[in-house]
Design a protein around this ligand. Structure first.
Ligand code: AMP
Length: 443
């Protein structure tokens, strides 16, 4: 055997004969062709990390190996030993286990694939590994930590990073935002984390989607606190380009979506959806994610992007996430920070109005005008609210209703509203919507 890489393995167990399982695993490793075990730390007892149900204490240690096996081949040996010890794989995260073998370090290689992240992402934070490695002569602080999230500003770096992850077998999820992150964004990010191996959030206040006289200059920009949120949420990369990187000198292509961009936001904000479709098409083309996450809060935006994704053949799965609301029902929005205390209180009228429309529907009303009137009556009780539009549209395209009746079955509808709050010159425009379809959804 030609021993090559110096490898450190983390060993853990919290089920069955913990110490016996760890000792047997070390013996089996030593007996595997291409592996030589040349050191083992003391075993220490540690509290279980996370997990939903209470579980037994862990016994943990670290072993040093020399191996001629590649990292994936070594991983396969580790998985086989875990199975042989009685572990059922794939196992839920943080579940109890008779044996857990983690590749902590593989020489000085850096591996970032679906199967393996080496050095192990949690290397720096788990004191039992830190202690075991120190016993074996390795100072964890001498190993360069992963940058998470990776902060990218250059479009081509975004493309290269995502391509590397895809090549490593990762399912990549993209969450486009304009920053000023709040819980609503966090619900998208968490869903993406559950469903993807790597999550990329983009933060870009896109000048193309703001019209003249709109709030491009005053739109909240809070990059530092946004980065703290992304770190907390375990996001892998953030793409926060300066406008000149997104739209370099000479950039003049536009993506114009037809029917779905007409009316509603498209009527009040001419050019808005062209700006949205253009920036999202550019992000899709750069990142080429498997999935992209958007909020139902911007229902027409979702309809426009679905159309664009289908028409241009990106083949990306668009995932629509339910609206996240404050305790009084106001949909969370980066723009809510502009509301005065009185307007903030008044703004919950949007939710109450949508609820009234839905209640009419649930009470058996199918005449569109009557459903809209039920919502309108609630909006009319709030003098601080200046309605831009209130309409009942058809799902999923938000096409206008042809005929006044919203029957059961395929003619599912969505009540959509936009309104201004605040004095002339400092007005904040809010949008919201709610399904009025059987069965009534959570949003
Ligand atoms: P924005 O930063 O406003 O462009 O929003 C970025 C993404 O987050 C969009 O897909 C929005 O629809 C979504 N989003 C914003 N607010 C909410 C919310 N309250 N609930 C769910 N999704 C939201």
């Amino acid at each position: 055997m030609e021993p090559a890489a110096a490898v450190f393995l983390g060993l853990g167990a919290n089920e069955g004969d913990r110490e016996g399982n760890l000792r047997r695993a070390l013996k089996a490793l030593a007996a595997t062709p291409g592996i030589e075990v040349d050191g083992a730390s003391a075993l220490v007892e540690t509290e279980p990390l996370g997990g939903s149900a209470p579980q037994a204490m862990f016994l943990n240690g670290v072993a040093r190996l020399r191996t001629s096996l590649s990292a994936p081949a070594l991983l396969a040996v580790c998985k086989a030993l875990e199975r042989a010890a009685g572990r059922v794989l794939p196992a839920p995260r943080m579940a109890p286990r008779p044996l857990d073998l983690d590749i902590l370090l593989y020489g000085d290689e850096r591996i970032d694939t679906r199967e393996l992240t080496v050095p192990h992402v949690a290397l720096w934070e788990r004191s039992f590994w830190r202690q075991g490695l120190a016993e074996l002569g390795l100072d964890v602080d001498s190993v360069t930590a992963w940058e998470r999230p990776i902060v990218l500003e250059e479009p081509l770096r975004l493309a290269a990073q995502c391509a590397r992850w895809v090549e490593g077998g990762c399912v990549v999820g993209l969450v486009p935002t304009m920053g000023a992150l709040h819980e609503g964004h966090a619900t998208l990010i968490r869903r993406a984390r559950r469903e993807c191996d790597r999550v990329v959030v983009t933060i870009f206040v896109n000048p193309l989607q703001f019209g003249e006289g709109e709030d491009f200059d005053s739109y909240p920009r809070t990059l530092d606190s946004d980065l703290a949120v992304l770190r907390q949420e375990g996001v892998d990369a953030v793409f926060a380009p300066p406008p000149a990187a997104m739209y370099p000198e000479g950039f003049c292509s536009r993506v114009a979506v037809g029917r779905e961009a007409e009316g509603l936001e498209g009527a009040t904000r001419p050019g808005h959806f062209e700006g949205v479709a253009t920036v999202v098409a550019r992000l899709f083309a750069l990142a080429r994610p498997h999935r992209a996450y958007f909020g139902q809060k911007d229902a027409q935006q979702v309809a426009v992007l679905r159309r664009m994704n289908a028409d241009l053949g990106f083949g990306i799965e668009l995932v629509e996430c339910a609206i996240d609301r404050e305790a009084d029902g106001l949909a969370r929005s980066s723009r809510n920070v502009h509301l005065s205390a009185e307007d903030r209180r008044a703004a919950s009228v949007l939710y109450r109005a949508l609820r009234a429309g839905r209640a009419a529907y649930e009470g058996g009303e199918r005449v569109a005008e009557q459903i809209v009137s039920a919502a309108r009556r609630v909006l009319d009780t709030e003098p601080r609210c200046a309605v831009d539009y209130l309409e009942l549209r058809l799902e999923p395209t938000l096409a206008p209703l042809v005929g006044a009746e919203l029957g059961d079955g395929p003619r599912a509808g969505r009540l959509v509203v936009a309104a201004w709050f605040g004095p002339e010159g400092r007005r904040t425009r809010l949008i919201d919507n709610m399904s009025v379809s059987p069965p009534a959804g959570p949003s």
